[in-house]
Ligand binder design. Sequence first.
Ligand SMILES: [Zn+2]
Length: 103
Amino acid sequence: MPESKSTYNKKYYEDNKQKCIEKVMERYHKKREQCIEYGINRYSRKRAELLKKANTKFICECGGRYSYSTKPRHTRTKKHKKYLESIALSTGVKIVDEIDNIE
Ligand SMILES: [Zn+2]
């Protein structure tokens, strides 16, 4: 009766254990280097694009003019919050922060 493929593979592995491990590790390191290189290349390609976007100005709904890099900081400013509050008042919607403060 001929050996099944999995039995043959197991036997082959047992006989060439060290060789198999070396092969896998070699493939792993090669792939790893490729991945790192790909990531670096991708980042340097995207960097200029990202910086350009970060420095692009936009006009906020509150009337201010800001760049995307300062947008998160701007949304925490009094000016922006005041605008959101005025919108909330005019539409009758309560801001989540206020609801939390009531409790
Ligand atoms: Zn704003």
